[in-house]
Design a protein around this ligand. Structure first.
Ligand code: ZN
Length: 217
């Protein structure tokens, strides 16, 4: 079985890569955000438990999240493993995940980290401009409008959403690196970390990921 813990900062292309990997490797992608939505929608026992914390504005404890992951891994489509996307996010979660896999006689096969320098992430994230009229999104570097500040489609004025400003994105990237550094160390110390160069084309990153995962135990 393959259990892959995929990591990458905001703007590193993790979501795109995860979707393609799911098909290429026939491993289901497991994102805890999806699990929460599903349990809340179905009003499952775990969903109702999670809701009691959310209603109080508190973080849902790791035990609840881990129980959702455990339930998910018991389904038939996980017979050959799973691709973890956004979980574990912290060292305590990684330890809990390891215990969970251990109970199944398994372990993490590999933890690929899509590495992109913070300046490049910032370039990718902070260059988005949106049309006031139609909502079309441009990027100053990757998908610029023909005329600066003007929508190609309807001549509408382009503006930068608060979320897309350099200051907001810079903080987001800093928070990610600060939170993730201990997790990277954790997997590095176990010899499970695979650093993937995320500053290549989407296809090349995908190839490197597939090769690293296929070569893992
Ligand atoms: Zn427009």
């Amino acid at each position: 079985m393959k259990f892959v813990v995929l990591m990458g900062g905001p703007g590193a292309g993790k979501g795109t890569q995860a979707k393609q990997l799911e098909e290429a490797l026939s491993l289901p992608q497991i994102a805890t955000g999806d699990l929460f939505r599903e349990h809340l929608r179905n009003k499952s026992e775990l969903g109702e438990l999670a809701r009691t914390f959310m209603d109080k504005g508190e973080l849902v404890p790791d035990e609840v999240t881990v129980a959702m992951v455990k339930d998910r891994l018991s389904r038939p489509d996980c017979a050959h493993g799973a691709l973890m996307d956004g979980f574990p996010r912290t060292v305590p979660q990684a330890e809990a995940f390891e215990r969970l896999l251990h109970e199944m006689g398994e372990q993490v096969s590999i933890a690929p980290y899509i590495h992109v320098a913070s300046e490049v992430l910032l370039q990718r994230l902070a260059g988005r401009w949106t049309c006031k009229t139609c909502g079309h999104v441009y990027h100053v570097l990757f998908n610029p409008p023909q005329k600066e500040g003007v929508c190609d489609l309807d001549g509408g004025e382009l503006y930068q959403r608060d979320d897309d400003t350099e200051e907001t994105q810079k903080r987001r990237i800093e928070v990610y690196f600060k939170q993730t550094a201990p997790l990277l160390d954790y997997y590095r110390n176990k010899g499970m970390l695979a650093e993937i160069n995320g500053e290549q084309s989407i296809d090349q990153v995908q190839n490197d990921l597939i090769e690293a995962i296929r070569n893992s135990h």
